[in-house]
Design a protein around this ligand. Structure first.
Ligand SMILES: [Zn+2]
Length: 290
């Protein structure tokens, strides 16, 4: 009896081996069967998509077109200069001097804790007509935080900034550009807009003046949002960026560009959407009438 069972097991193994060699797709279809396949496959080795990947900015823009802005489409030559990570008392005042000289207004995405430290610079940014945006309180990676933590952080930064300038701040730029869909939803529900960027000067690499200019000037077209920094970490040198700024502005002004701030961009987009909606409704009405 035992010998017979052994014989059948051997025959079974031989048939299985022959099947794998002759018909590998038979094994594949066996693994596709519900339970066997599920047992055989590894699952989420890197954690969920949400835990391990930040969607490309373009994903977020198409997922949340009313909240996340990466560029806009004006009819004339317009561009936006934005400066992250300030304020400090080294580079931010120099950038303000350049902007004042050329009568250009920009948007400064400030870190709440740094704003607390350099309140007089925040007041200067505000009094010289620039816009202030929220770059979180501690420059945190929002894609690694729960929505309640994100809102806590943004509220703290928002209050700090409005206590200094008297003006509310509803435009957010996430540090590292890092956001995931639940974060965007929470931020949007709180009434904020997210302003990302189109052209990165990469000035935070400590580039030379020429390299910063090369990263920016050829890439500017109407509706782009340019990212610079107005402060860096302890070892970051933004001298090249500050030195490049006058020539960047002169070149763009010579090409006929005007400079908008974050809220002005949002207002242009709002008006464009309204016009589009009215045109769509009018064409629907015409279609019904005919
Ligand atoms: Zn930053």
């Amino acid at each position: 009896m035992r010998n017979t069972a052994f014989f059948y097991i051997i025959i079974g193994i031989l048939i299985s081996v022959a099947t794998v060699i002759a018909k590998p797709q038979a094994v594949d279809s066996l693994l596709q069967s519900k339970w066997l396949g599920e047992v055989a496959l590894p699952r989420y080795t890197d954690g969920s998509e949400r835990e391990s990947r930040t969607p490309e900015t373009v994903d977020l823009v198409s997922l949340f077109p009313d909240i996340v802005i990466r560029q806009w489409y004006p009819k004339t030559q317009k561009v936006a200069l934005t400066f992250d990570d300030g304020p400090d008392d080294v580079y931010t005042p120099k950038i303000l001097d350049v902007l004042a000289k050329y009568k250009v207004r920009a948007t400064f995405f400030l870190i709440g804790s740094a704003a607390n430290k350099h309140q007089e610079i925040v007041r200067r940014i505000h009094s010289e007509g620039h816009e202030i945006g929220n770059h979180t309180y501690f420059h945190s990676n929002l894609s690694r935080m729960a929505p309640w933590q994100i809102l806590l952080d943004l509220r703290k930064a928002r209050k700090t900034l409005s206590d200094i300038t008297g003006e509310d701040v509803l435009v957010v730029r996430p540090p590292y550009g890092a956001l995931d869909p639940p974060a965007v939803k929470a931020i949007g529900d709180e009434g904020y807009n997210v302003l990302l960027w189109t052209v990165d000067s990469l000035d935070w690499w400590g580039l030379s003046k020429e390299e910063v200019m090369e990263n920016v000037i050829p890439r500017v077209e109407s509706g782009v949002i340019v990212l610079h920094h107005s402060a860096g970490g302890p070892d970051e040198d933004l001298t090249g960026s500050v030195d490049a700024l006058p020539e960047i502005i002169e070149t763009l002004q010579a090409q006929g560009y005007t400079f908008l701030t974050a809220s002005e961009i949002l207002e242009e987009i709002r008006i464009q959407n309204e016009i589009k909606k009215e045109a769509e409704e009018a064409s629907k009405k015409r279609a019904r009438a005919s």
